[in-house]
Design a binder for this molecule. Structure first.
Ligand code: ADP
Ligand code: ZN
Length: 225
């Protein structure tokens, strides 16, 4: 079976993280989130991480050179294993072009690019209530996806925290950056004929199911019910 090398695009808070994780579990290919890579680097510390943190806490994008660097390291360590699903990368045209070169040099062409389309009002409501597990990164929502026990991760028992950059101000800032920069990435992949759009408004599970159907899969939740 051929490897899946997928890029998952969508505005912050569109639910692409959850959908990408479900797809990753179903296809059995690693889920690679640059945001998560940065947060992990920040937890470990170091000069590069400090620089990245300054941008992240302001809701701004980390500079392309640092971001491409962290992705290159990942590709060289694990890129050949079983494919990948990139979530949150590339976010600028420069990143998309640099990524294309990295992949071409390693003979690892993308097999699909997915865009999860969600409106701005829906996004604000989702992000402002978002909680994530300190230990495993699982996502919850104060009203929509509540854990069984308040403040505790269902999956690993870790503590649920609100990300420092999940405030209305930084969310609006991130959406502005998304509009300005990531739309170029969308058009870039559209021109290459790689892009598939998925309507992600409304119930998140529906978007996940639409994504699964694209790959001939059934989502875990649909199977369970
Ligand atoms: P969100 O999807 O809510 O923005 P992420 O976890 O994907 O959350 O990213 C958190 C932060 O990490 C971003 O706001 C940005 O500052 C930084 N980041 C993540 N991916 C990239 C990227 N590809 N380019 C630049 N900055 C990034
Ligand atoms: Zn957890």
């Amino acid at each position: 079976m051929g490897h899946h090398r997928i890029v998952f695009l969508g505005p912050p808070g569109s639910g692409k993280g959850t959908a990408a994780m479900e797809l990753s579990a179903a296809l059995q290919v690693p889920h690679v989130s640059t945001g998560e890579m940065f947060r992990e680097a920040i937890r470990r510390g170091g000069p590069l991480a400090e620089t990245a943190k300054g941008f992240i806490d302001k809701g701004q994008l980390v500079p392309d050179e640092i971001t491409v660097q962290i992705v290159r390291l990942w590709l060289d360590e694990r890129g050949r294993e079983r494919g990948f699903i990139f979530d949150g990368f590339p976010r600028t045209l420069a990143q998309a072009e640099a990524f294309e070169r990295l992949l071409a040099e390693r003979n690892l062409p993308l097999t699909a690019v997915l865009l999860l389309d969600v409106s701005e009002e829906e996004i604000l409501e989702r992000i402002l209530g978002r909680l994530s597990c300190e230990k495993c990164g699982a996502l919850y929502h104060v009203t929509r996806v509540r854990p069984k026990l308040e403040g505790v991760c269902d999956k690993c028992g870790g503590k649920l925290i609100k990300r420092a950059d999940d405030t209305e101000e930084t969310v609006r800032e991130r959406l502005r950056w998304y509009e300005q920069l990531t739309m170029d990435v969308v058009r870039y992949y559209e021109r290459q004929g790689l892009l598939t759009r998925v309507d992600g408004n409304g119930i998140k599970d529906h978007a996940v199911e639409k994504v699964m159907v694209l790959f001939g899969l059934v989502s875990r939740r649909a199977r369970a019910s």
